[in-house]
Design a protein around this ligand. Structure first.
Ligand SMILES: [Cu+2]
Length: 199
């Protein structure tokens, strides 16, 4: 009687193990299908009426080939650009990266306030705190990679007021000559004028 019971337990354990082991390789394959790993993706919440927002995330390239983040989609904006922010002549400037952002083999690149970022341009609606928004990232080699952005408040992060400054500051010289925002860079004049990051 006890033996019979033990047998049953052993059989069901064995079946359980078989089921688990046959599932494991499949899910592992799905997870490792893209060599591009995304983490800590967030977008800054915007004040009412804001037309742009900044998106930030961490990208790791597990492939042995270099890759490039060349674009993205975001359901709440008309388009997305890959931007770089840096200090030029003691002024914080930002520009679109026309060839995208390179992620070298094995490298991790952090898009964060004051540095590389995604610029969501032409917002259809306000971005409120505490939501999650799904978008996609476009890589030259890895293709489309899904991303889920968490929305964070205006004051969070090291560059508070990103959205606010875009709206209220009028500094046409923010993207002065030589900063890469010449004709043909894809920016229209109106966007550039309203597109100043705070210092
Ligand atoms: Cu920007």
């Amino acid at each position: 009687m006890v033996n019979k019971l033990m047998n049953r337990i052993c059989i069901s354990l064995a079946l359980g193990l078989i089921a688990v082991s046959s599932l494991a390789p499949a899910s592992a394959q799905t997870k490792s299908s893209s060599p591009i790993k995304i983490s800590s993706a967030w977008v800054r919440a915007t004040p009412v009426g804001a037309k742009v927002a900044g998106g930030y995330l961490t990208i790791t390239n597990q492939s042995s080939k270099s890759d490039r983040l060349i674009g993205a989609t975001f359901p709440k904006s008309a388009r997305v650009e890959v931007h770089e922010m840096k200090v030029v002549d003691e002024v914080m400037r930002m520009r679109q990266l026309p060839d995208g952002l390179e992620i070298k083999p094995g490298a991790t690149v952090v898009l964060k306030p004051g540095s590389y970022h995604l610029m969501f341009i032409g917002l259809h609606e306000q971005i409120k705190v505490g939501h999650t928004i799904n978008g996609t990232l476009e890589f030259k080699n890895a293709g489309t990679v899904r991303v889920t952005f968490k929305t964070r408040g205006l004051g969070q992060g090291s560059m508070p007021g990103h959205g606010k400054a875009h709206q209220s500051m009028k500094q046409p010289n923010a993207h002065g000559s030589g900063s890469g925002h010449g004709s043909g860079s894809g920016h229209d004049e109106k966007t550039i004028t309203n597109h100043k990051h705070p210092k």
